[in-house]
Every structure is written in structure tokens, then in C-alpha cells.
Design a binder for this molecule. Structure first.
Ligand code: PA5
Length: 490
């Protein structure tokens, strides 16, 4: 298998100048921090307790037990053989990885054409918004008897997923009858949450109802594609072993202490230095081709939720080596690069103008696929496009963007995927996950929590009168409600 490559030529001062690129000297001056970050991550992942408690268990997912993987593949195959449609309910880390996989690894227009999807079921994603329009249409048009439902929520408490399941469950019950629960799988925490309690209750009545798949402790939502995303991959006919093999090979490369052999570490170092030393707070993620657009969306969540943090991390080290990470309430850092998902060539006719001539405050990460599984030839003669393959034109456009950015001294880099296949996609995801973990070390933040998301949830829960909401929060909202002056609404 050809491996994924990271080309960082255009992040360096020799390409874009010293005001906007990183020099060898700057890399050398940062060597101590690089070694410290690498050592710290290696220490955590080599301790079972730290790995689980600090939510880095995802590093082991590529190497998970083969029998578990086989069982999931079998379960996926059996669902695919029996059902015409599968609805996946979930949001954030319980959705974005699945959507990314769907768009990258199966043919475009998958739902429309049975031959393209090799007769696997049509796939629908719901519960990723509180938008009433989509789910309504879907349920009016699908046949519940021919539809399987997979509800994914690690906490089992997320509003969007809960609301969607509350609508889907009676629809399924009404249409599929008494044993409708046999058409449901719940992927949720093994011991806590409303969804878990529902699973346990239904299972007590009928063992085949509301089956559930194990979620590993210490794997946060956005790092969980190789855990909670596996059933989806199996249902759409992707070989789980190939995705995990790619991830495992990348995991080995990203464990290297040698900067020039460790692509994720190099990516994190360059992004961090460009952010902090050359004022590049905006992260444009621009794969070329439609198939990877959702992978850019997945990365946006990974970067924003992992590294966009108010407080620095405070590490409490126990004598036995156990670490606890707290928010250092005395150190407000308000840090983290801002992700902007895009895709070429589509966005060359939109945000690219700003990338090239707007403020020089960005890095652009391209993802380039060397060989397409299904290329297309432009027919005819006499035009510059005649006789050219789409894949070649796409890659030429990507190369042209690099040239145009370098010309304007704009740092950029390219991740080169030999093919858009399960193996290379597994590598790609693991590369980004590991890079995010390293970048979290440089920023000294906890990359594995998302406390900022609680703010809006608390406000909604207050308004919805959720029992058990902390009285401190309720007091705060009462004392300082959102106030609107009509003079400022025109
Ligand atoms: O990365 C995360 O942990 C979050 O984005 C969650 O995945 C998201 O909030 C959904 O949570 P849950 O799976 O508990 O419904």
C-alpha cells in the first residue's frame, strides 16, 4: 500500500519568506518543546490509567481486537442484507466521522443508484440538527418495515439526538409493529445516560430488541470514528480491516520521536509556530474534490472543540505518575486556530480570493488525491481541456493554488493521498487526530474536553425547565438574562 505523505515545503521561510514561513533555525529553537510534547504524549499513552482517564484511549483503536471488528462487520452485513434504508441519528462526534466516511469511501450519489451502492441500504443522517424540515420529509417517505435505525449518543443525553429519536421511535413502532425494537441499535455509554436506561429496559423485555454496541471508555466523540463509526462503515460495505490498517500504520509513524519522520508532529509544530509567531490564526482546510468536503467538516470540529479553549491546562501529577488535568482558572488564554472548511475547485471561485489577497492570517491545508478510482476524460480535440482527465485537471488546479499562494507569501501545505481508499482515509483521520493531540500540548490546553459547549445547553435547559439544572447557572441566567433593546433592531 502506498502511504499518505505530508508536503510542508510551502510552510517554510525558504518558500514564503521569513515573515510568513518557518525557518530551520526557528524549528531548532523549538526542539526542546517538541521533545517535551512528544514525551508527554508517549508517557500518557503508555499508562493504561492515564490513557483512559485523560481520554486518549482512541490511540489504541487502530489496534483493537480483531474478533470485535469481525463481529461488527458481520452485524453490518446482516443489516445491509435485510433492510432498504438505515437512519443514523447523532450529532457532533457521533455524526461527522460517519458522514465523512460516507462521502469519501462510497460512490457519489450512493443513495440514488442501487448498482453503485452494490445493493447496500440507503443511508440517511438525522438528529444532527433541530431543523424540522428534513426529518419530517424523510419519515413521510420511508417505509418503516424496511428501515433500520442506529441511534448514536455517547452521553445518551444530547438534545438533538434525543428529540430525533423521540420522533423516530413511535414512527417505527407504528409502522413495524410490536418487535420494532429489533430494528434499532443504540451506540451509547455502557453504564450511564437516558439512552442506556432505555436500552436496558427494552433488553429486559426482549433480548433482540435495542441491541447495543460497546463504546470504549476514554474515547471522546470526535476521536471515536474507529469505534462508534465502525457499524456504519460495515453497513455501507467498507472493509473495516482496511480502514484500521491504514490508521495503525499512521499511528506507528506518528509515534516516532524524530520530527522529520513524524508527519502529525511536524504538522502540529508548523501550525503552532505559524499561529503564535507569524499570526496565522485561521486554518483553511481545503481538500480537492467533493468526496473529502465532509472530512474537512469533521476536521473543523476536531480542531475547534479540541483546541479552542478559554483556560490553560493545569496538570496535577500524583506520586504514582497518574495525571489529572484541570482548567487553570487563573490563566485565561482564549486560544485555538479558527477552522474554515472548504473544497477545491468549488471554493476557488469564492473564498480563494480572500486566501490570496485578504489578510495574510491563514494557513491553507490542501488534501490532494493522486489517483481517482473512477476518472473521466474530457472528450474532443482542439481545446486545452480536450483529452485531459478530470483527475489531472483537479490536481493541476491544486498545484496552481500552491503557486499562487507562494507568490503572495501565504503559507500552505498539502496532504497527499495516493488514492481515495479505505486504507489512505484511515491514515488521514489518524494523522489529524494525532496532530491535534500534539498541538494541544504546545498550546497547553486539554484537547479532549469541550466545556464551552455547555453554555448554550445550560441556557436551553433553563428555558426548557430541565430538572436538576445547577442552581448557580439558573441564578446566573435569571440575574443576567439575554436582553434586547428594540431600538437596536431595525
Ligand atoms: O466530541 C465530542 O465529544 C462532542 O462533539 C460529542 O460527540 C457531541 O456533543 C455529541 O455527544 P453525544 O455522543 O454524547 O450525543
Amino acid at each position: 500500500m502506498k502511504e499518505l505523505k505530508f508536503d510542508f515545503n510551502n510552510m517554510l521561510s525558504q518558500a514564503v519568506g521569513s515573515a510568513h514561513g518557518i525557518s530551520g533555525k526557528e524549528l531548532a529553537a523549538f526542539a526542546h518543546n517538541i521533545n517535551r510534547a512528544h514525551k508527554h504524549i508517549r508517557q500518557i499513552v503508555s499508562s493504561d490509567r492515564n490513557r483512559v482517564n485523560l481520554s486518549l484511549e482512541w490511540v489504541n483503536l487502530p489496534f483493537q481486537d480483531k474478533q470485535t471488528v469481525k463481529n461488527i462487520q458481520k452485524l453490518g452485513d446482516s443489516i445491509a442484507a435485510k433492510f432498504e434504508n438505515v437512519i443514523f441519528l447523532g450529532i457532533g462526534g457521533s455524526y461527522l466521522g460517519l458522514k465523512a466516511a460516507q462521502d469519501a469511501l462510497v460512490p457519489a450519489y450512493y443513495n440514488e443508484f442501487p448498482v453503485s451502492r452494490k445493493n447496500c441500504p440507503r443511508i440517511y443522517f438525522e438528529g444532527n440538527n433541530l431543523d424540522p424540515l428534513t426529518l419530517n420529509v424523510l419519515l413521510k417517505n420511508l417505509n418503516p418495515k424496511k428501515t433500520f435505525v442506529v441511534v448514536i449518543s455517547k452521553s445518551g443525553e444530547t438534545t438533538e439526538t434525543k428529540a430525533a429519536f423521540a420522533v423516530v421511535e413511535p414512527w417505527l413502532k407504528k409502522g413495524a409493529g410490536k418487535f420494532y425494537g429489533r430494528q434499532v441499535i443504540a451506540i451509547t455509554d455502557p453504564s450511564s445516560g437516558t439512552l442506556r436506561r432505555k436500552v436496558d429496559k427494552e433488553q429486559a423485555k426482549d433480548k433482540l430488541s435495542f441491541r447495543s454496541l460497546p463504546l470504549l471508555k476514554g474515547v471522546g466523540g470526535r476521536f471515536s470514528e474507529f469505534n462508534m463509526g465502525l457499524l456504519h462503515l460495515a453497513i455501507i460495505g467498507v472493509k473495516l480491516g482496511e480502514v484500521l490498517y491504514g490508521a495503525a500504520e499512521m499511528a506507528k509513524r506518528c509515534a516516532s520521536p524524530v520530527l522529520h519522520k513524524n508527519p502529525a508532529l511536524m504538522y502540529a509544530v508548523l501550525q503552532f509556530l505559524l499561529y503564535k509567531k507569524k499570526h496565522k490564526p485561521v486554518a483553511i482546510m481545503m481538500p480537492f474534490g467533493e468526496a473529502l468536503k465532509s472530512t474537512a467538516d469533521w476536521y473543523s470540529q476536531l480542531l475547534a472543540e479540541s483546541l479552542g479553549k478559554k483556560y490553560a491546562r493545569k496538570i496535577i501529577l500524583e506520586p504514582d505518575g497518574t495525571e489529572n488535568w484541570l482548567q487553570d482558572l487563573k490563566r485565561i488564554v482564549n486560544t485555538g486556530r479558527t477552522p474554515v472548511p472548504a473544497r477545491g475547485t468549488n471554493d476557488l471561485h469564492s473564498i480563494q480570493q480572500n486566501n490570496i489577497e485578504g489578510e495574510n492570517d491563514k494557513t491553507v491545508t490542501f488534501i490532494r488525491v493522486e489517483k481517482f478510482r473512477d476518472d473521466l476524460l474530457v472528450p474532443g480535440k482542439g481545446d486545452i481541456l480536450s483529452g485531459k482527465y478530470y483527475g489531472r485537471l483537479l490536481n493541476l488546479a491544486q498545484e496552481a493554488c500552491e503557486w499562487a499562494l507562494v507568490r503572495e507569501k501565504r503559507p500552505n501545505c498539502a496532504i497527499i493521498m495516493p488514492q481515495l481508499c479505505a486504507y489512505n482515509w484511515g491514515e488521514l483521520l489518524f494523522f489529524f487526530e494525532m496532530a491535534t493531540a500534539y498541538e494541544g500540548e504546545f498550546l497547553n490546553v486539554n484537547a479532549f474536553d469541550q466545556p464551552g459547549v455547555e453554555g448554550y445547553k445550560n441556557y436551553m435547559y433553563f428555558k426548557l425547565r430541565k430538572p436538576g439544572l445547577s442552581s448557580k447557572i439558573a441564578e446566573e441566567i435569571r440575574a443576567k438574562p439575554l436582553s434586547k433593546d428594540p431600538r437596536f433592531i431595525i
